[in-house]
Design a protein around this ligand. Structure first.
Ligand code: FES
Ligand code: FES
Length: 156
């Protein structure tokens, strides 16, 4: 089996498997990263998003071979219960979720946006989250949460 190498949440990672398997399959399976969720499996919902470089990308339709030598961040790399990312604190403060299934992908898309643009407008946040579907109707609160996180991060 060929080996594919990349950095996962800052850790050099190598895996021997069929390089045509989806990144999501590898993350949730052998690598044990359950942050990215399986939703549609077709690149349509954003539940499986991860950050590759500085962009949020759906991992369900990303073949493993295409991430060779790239930097990948999953929800596990954003923050933890002990040290939450400002976005995670803001989502709790704004109660910006119902079932929570979409939130991993939404946090990833928002984190990628804040990496590129630390002070986004509401319109820019809506554009960045446009490909993430939420069936629970939490979108307005999510936009408020991203604005709050950006403000908290700017304040240090
Ligand atoms: S599960 Fe990947 S975009 Fe829906
Ligand atoms: S919080 Fe339930 S799908 Fe978004």
């Amino acid at each position: 089996m060929p080996s594919v190498r990349f950095r996962l949440n800052g850790v050099e990672t190598s895996i021997d498997t069929d390089p045509d398997r989806s990144l999501l399959d590898i993350l949730r399976g052998p690598l044990g990263m359950t942050g990215p969720h399986f939703g549609c499996g077709a690149g349509e919902c954003g539940a499986c998003n991860v950050i590759i470089g500085d962009r949020a990308v759906s991992s369900c339709d990303t073949p493993l071979w295409s991430v060779a030598d790239k930097d990948i961040t999953t929800l596990e790399g954003l923050g933890s219960a002990a040290q939450p990312h400002p976005l995670q604190r803001a989502f709790i403060a704004e109660q910006a979720m119902q079932c929570g299934y979409c939130v991993s992908g939404i946090l990833i898309s928002a984190a990628a946006l804040l990496k590129r643009n630390p002070s986004p407008s509401s319109t820019e946040i809506k554009e960045a989250l446009d490909r993430n579907l939420c069936r629970c109707g939490s979108q307005n609160r999510m936009v408020r949460a991203v604005l709050r996180a950006a403000s908290d991060m700017a304040a240090g």
